[in-house]
Design a protein around this ligand. Structure first.
Ligand SMILES: Nc1ncnc2c1ncn2[C@@H]1O[C@H](COP(=O)(O)OP(=O)(O)OP(=O)(O)O)[C@@H](O)[C@H]1O
Ligand SMILES: [Mg+2]
Length: 310
């Protein structure tokens, strides 16, 4: 695998504020990378540096093999960019906006027209292509923004908060669209977000940035292991009520660290896979084993933990 985006100690200082602090980040070809962090963490500043739209104070970046500071046009030719607040010509139709964007990218006229229809179809706006953008809803505009990014047939896209301001259903649709583009066209995607639950479903890997520093990056399950450290095993046990006598016996099992009551059963935090012991204990006590499943930490838990530690 080769890296589409790579940064080495990338740093941006605004006056006395370190907006991005020695960032080392890798986005691999063909993946969806979630760049996560709370408001003001430095996501947009990082993205602007990756596109050569602002200069790093120190450190460097490589995007599609080019240095955005010195070769911004090479980067722009290959990478589609959706800004935080994409702007359109409101008095033009969606189709006209796309044609204009195609011209800016020096796409020949007949190809531009074909590409425009193609991307409108891809983002589900074929029917509305001739309507004025001023009549578009926020969600439609976001789709149009993605269509604009796709017009020049980029090999990678950088999307700054692609679900910002869209209702949950619309956000899911936008994310599904991104996932489909990644799957069908092997489009490399880097997207920023502070909405964890949403992006968790589509990202192969994530990086979490807090106060300008990347505090962790990796695959979801790697992050899970890192966060749990010694306690890698979580299980949910449901024996259909009557758990009082069971709790003490469970605690006696070597490796069971903590037990929490949940609406449906008991949540066990363990230092090893205790399932065989749990199953034989439940059988010995003649209880019905309704459920025993391993529970991986959600990104939300991971994110909150790292935020607290930051
Ligand atoms: N042009 C600028 N001049 C001075 N400070 C800036 C500038 N742009 C950003 N900052 C500061 O840098 C920090 C990082 O901002 P940035 O916009 O990169 O965060 P973000 O992660 O994109 O946040 P959000 O989720 O709100 O979009 C913030 O403290 C911000 O106030
Ligand atoms: Mg931002």
């Amino acid at each position: 695998m080769s890296a589409v985006v790579e940064t080495h100690n990338l740093t941006k200082r605004y006056h006395d504020k370190l907006a991005v602090n020695t960032l080392n980040l890798v986005v691999q070809e063909g993946e969806i990378f979630g760049f996560l962090g709370p408001n003001g963490a430095g996501k947009t500043t990082t993205i602007l540096m990756l596109l050569g739209l602002t200069e790093p104070t120190s450190g460097r970046a490589s995007v599609c093999g080019f240095d955005p500071t010195h070769e911004p046009l090479e980067v722009k030719r290959r990478v589609g960019y959706l800004p935080e607040n994409p702007g359109f010509y409101e008095d033009l139709s969606a189709r006209e906006n796309l044609l204009y964007m195609a011209r800016l990218n020096r796409i020949p006229e007949d190809e531009a027209s074909r590409r425009t229809s193609e991307v409108l179809e891809q983002v589900g706006l074929s029917e509305d292509g001739r309507r004025l953008v001023r009549e578009y809803s926020r969600g439609m505009k976001q789709r149009l923004g993605i269509a604009e990014v796709l017009v020049k047939n980029p090999s990678a896209v950088i999307l700054d908060e692609p679900t910002l301001g869209i209702d949950p259903d619309g956000a899911i649709q936008v994310l599904e669209l991104i996932k489909g583009l990644n799957r069908e066209h092997r489009l490399t995607v880097m997207l920023s977000s502070h909405q964890l639950q949403q992006v968790q479903q589509i990202c192969n890997r994530v990086g979490i940035i807090v106060k300008g520093r990347l505090i962790v990056q990796g695959e979801m399950d790697e992050l899970g292991r890192a966060i749990l450290k010694g306690r890698q095993w979580n299980f949910l046990l449901d024996v259909g009520g009557g758990t009082d006598g069971l709790e003490n016996d469970l605690r006696a099992i070597n490796g069971v660290d903590e037990i929490e009551k949940r609406t449906h059963g008991l949540f066990l935090r363990c230092t090893r896979d205790v399932r065989p012991d749990v199953v034989s204990l439940v059988a010995r006590k003649n209880l019905p084993l309704l459920q025993l499943r391993s529970e991986d930490p959600t990104l939300e838990e991971i994110y909150l933990k790292y935020f607290r530690e930051a």
